[in-house]
Design a protein around this ligand. Structure first.
Ligand code: MTE
Ligand code: MO
Length: 372
């Protein structure tokens, strides 16, 4: 069993697959804290968790032609100035289970919990690339990352981001060695992972082994043959993965974490809670909540850190306390968020359905009964 060496996990996680391990916190737990505790942070592994010795760990940074390649120990990495940032990581497949209800898709059945927020610390990728002699070139280039987790054929997890983002100090891309003040837990990339603020989880490569600058995107399966969006008309016979761009920044997202679908709430007053986040550093400026399926709306109160313009890397938690209209036997609660580019969420799932079940960001709906 290649998974026999995987670490122990928190029993409160809802497990979507055991081997490889994929799990999300239950909704109420997810928004109990603005910063997700490490043990509850959702986990998305494609392969067994590698067991890496921090004393012998080396990060290989390939230099430019004629330049200097680097082999960095954990201590070497700590010599770069330490940068800290609060970042939400969301899997492209978050809320996939709602797409499955429209039509079958291929992928793990995530509900609303394939998203979490941590305070990360590490070296800036731009500083490390500069030390290896990399500069923004005229030509299109990509920074490719390779994990130290691999399948039985020896092929590793990999992904890439554009060089321009990697070299932009304002983009705050990190080679992180701390998560909420602790060394990274094994499930989250110990000892070093990439954190790419505002970008889909798939590019935040864990157990980082190698960084290189290439003229092309990573040739990894997960960059080229997965994590792309398609028209609802495209099926597995007609799909051409070369025709769609790899997902990088994610669209505006929000979901209700309390109450739960099917729950019975007290009459009188209802408290609705949830999260909202947008990719690319776009700030959430508003969350609208409806108790009547979208006929009328109320504006929720936003909690959590207000980050700098164009650098809103972390989610906002939100809540609404509202009277339950007299005589109501049930409520159709809906939420939708707006970001500072005035991007909004689509109202239904069917028009954004895609065969891989990614980018599922329609209005989130929860149906509850009202206690008599
Ligand atoms: N990095 C490696 N090396 N192997 C992986 O399987 N999964 C990716 C990304 N980085 C993955 C990886 C995906 S798809 C996501 S959504 C995030 O890690 C999840 O990060 P987390 O498990 O810390 O939540
Ligand atoms: Mo993911």
């Amino acid at each position: 069993d290649p998974y026999a060496g995987d670490p122990p996990r928190h029993p409160a996680l809802k497990v979507n697959s055991q081997r490889p391990f994929n799990a999300e916190p239950h909704p109420e737990l997810l928004t109990e804290n603005y910063i997700t505790p490490n043990s509850l942070f959702f986990t998305r592994n494609h392969l067994p968790v590698p067991n890496l010795d921090p004393d012998t760990y080396r990060l290989h940074v390939v230099g430019p032609p004629g330049g200097q390649s680097l082999s960095l120990s954990l201590d070497d990495l700590r010599q770069f100035s330490k940068h800290e940032v609060t970042v939400t990581v969301q899997c492209a497949g978050n809320r996939r289970s709602e797409m499955t209800k429209v039509k079958e898709v291929k992928g793990l059945e995530w509900t609303t919990g394939a998203i979490s927020t941590a305070h990360w610390a590490g070296a800036r990728l731009c500083d490390v690339l500069a030390q290896a002699g990399h500069h923004l070139s005229e030509t299109e280039a990509h920074v490719c990352f390779e994990g130290l987790d691999s399948d039985p054929t020896g092929s590793a997890y990999g992904a890439s981001i554009p060089l321009a983002r990697a070299l932009d100090p304002e983009a705050e891309v990190l080679l992180a060695y701390e998560m909420n003040g602790q060394p990274l837990p094994r499930d989250h990339g110990f000892p070093v992972r990439v954190v790419v603020p505002g970008v889909v989880g798939a590019r935040h490569v864990k157990w980082l082994g190698k960084v290189s600058v290439e003229p092309e995107e990573s040739y990894s399966h997960w960059q080229r043959r997965d994590y792309k969006g398609f028209s609802p008309s495209v099926d597995w016979d007609s799909v051409d993965f070369d025709l769609a761009p790899a997902i990088q920044e994610l669209p505006i997202q929000s979901a209700i974490t309390q109450p739960r679908d099917g729950e019975t709430v007290e009459s009188g007053e209802v408290t609705v809670k949830g999260y909202a986040w947008s990719g690319g550093g776009r700030a959430v400026v508003r969350v609208d909540v409806s108790l009547d399926g979208g006929l009328t709306w109320q504006v929720a109160e936003l909690d959590g850190e207000v980050q700098r313009p164009r650098k809103a890397w972390a989610w906002r938690l939100w809540q609404l306390q509202a009277p339950v209209p007299a005589g109501q036997k049930e409520l159709n609660i809906v939420c939708k968020a707006v970001d500072d580019s005035y991007n909004v969420q689509p109202d239904t799932v069917a028009p954004i359905w895609n065969l891989r079940g990614v980018l599922s960001n329609a209005w989130h709906r929860v149906h509850v009964h009202v206690a008599p």
